[in-house]
Write a protein that binds this ligand. Structure first.
Ligand SMILES: Nc1ncnc2c1ncn2[C@@H]1O[C@H](COP(=O)(O)OP(=O)(O)O)[C@@H](O)[C@H]1O
Ligand SMILES: O=c1ccn([C@@H]2O[C@H](COP(=O)(O)O)[C@@H](O)[C@H]2O)c(=O)[nH]1
Length: 258
């Protein structure tokens, strides 16, 4: 069986459990909110404040994943529509719900998960740039519709909703899509008015009621982010104590058996 030595734990690739039979199951946090509300920026700030951002990704205790990695593959006809801003990427049907669920289940079982990155310029998954998600103590899963699917929503231990005013979101989305996602102004505005805004109102905004914590103003809300970081810090401290105790018990029973 393949094993990977991490500083704090041994991860079994083909099994679910640590040598002592324990499963390393992370605390799963869902981060929803409208497009350009600041979901990724909030996750980045949380990671930075917990000293995780600069760490090698194999050693991180906290990892962040985007729902965009679970867009479904488009048919050739849908691809042509997408290039013209005429495909609805904000509808739940645009996502591969099953794969999202299976991947989160895998992560919750403490197994390594491989997920593609998403290429917004080609509107497709990029399997050449796969992200390897190593078992962690806390996993942040962010996206516009992470609370939409009941089966997925039920997996979260904590649910955050980033609530940023829609004018601010549009003002941020336009330059981002032009500069980082290779779009032109006309296509961005057409897609926004045709799909993004109506889908936000129909599918994303109603999921705010499922949130445990609503973060008004997104990443500008340093007080809310500090409180969340403090809470995650307590979870990590408790996990470290539990892992330390398990390691001591395992070591002493191995010594005794020897
Ligand atoms: N508080 C903020 N102030 C200014 N710009 C911001 C802020 N939060 C996010 N942005 C910018 O807005 C854009 C969208 O933010 P991002 O975090 O990617 O949102 P989301 O993940 O919700 O789509 C990015 O270009 C980001 O740099
Ligand atoms: O090929 C694509 C895929 C997605 N989009 C848009 O992206 C946002 C979701 O990402 P955020 O980072 O939360 O903004 C969604 O509103 C889709 O419309 C896209 O334009 N093209």
């Amino acid at each position: 069986m393949d094993t990977i030595n991490k500083e704090k734990s041994v991860v079994l690739l083909n099994g679910d459990a640590l040598p002592n039979g324990e499963i390393k199951s992370p605390f799963l946090i869902g981060v929803a909110g409208g497009t350009a509300s600041g979901k990724s920026t909030v996750c980045k700030k949380i990671m930075e404040q917990l000293g995780q951002a600069e760490m090698d990704h194999t050693q991180r205790q906290v990892v962040s994943i985007s729902q965009d990695s679970f867009y479904r593959e488009l048919t050739p006809t849908e691809k042509i529509k997408a290039q013209k801003g005429k495909f609805n990427f904000d509808h739940p049907d645009a996502f591969n719900e099953e794969l999202m669920y299976e991947t989160l289940q895998r992560i919750l079982k403490g197994q390594i998960a491989k997920i593609p990155s998403y290429d917004y310029r080609t509107n497709s998954l990029d399997f050449d740039n796969e992200l390897v998600i190593y078992p962690a103590d806390v996993v942040l899963f962010e996206g516009i519709l992470v609370f939409y699917f009941p089966k997925i929503r039920d997996l979260f231990h904590m649910k955050l909703f980033v609530d940023t005013d829609s004018d601010t979101r549009l003002a941020r989305r336009v330059p981002r899509d032009i500069n980082e996602r290779g779009r032109d102004l006309d296509a961005v505005l057409t897609q926004y008015m045709t799909f993004v805004k109506p889908a936000f109102e129909e599918f994303c905004s109603p999921t705010k009621k499922f949130a445990d914590v609503i973060i008004p103003r997104g990443a500008d809300n340093t007080v809310a982010i500090d409180l969340i970081v403090h809470h995650i810090g307590e979870i990590l401290a408790a996990t470290n104590i539990a892992q330390h105790n398990t390691a001591r018990t395992t070591a002493s029973s191995m010594k005794r058996d020897h």
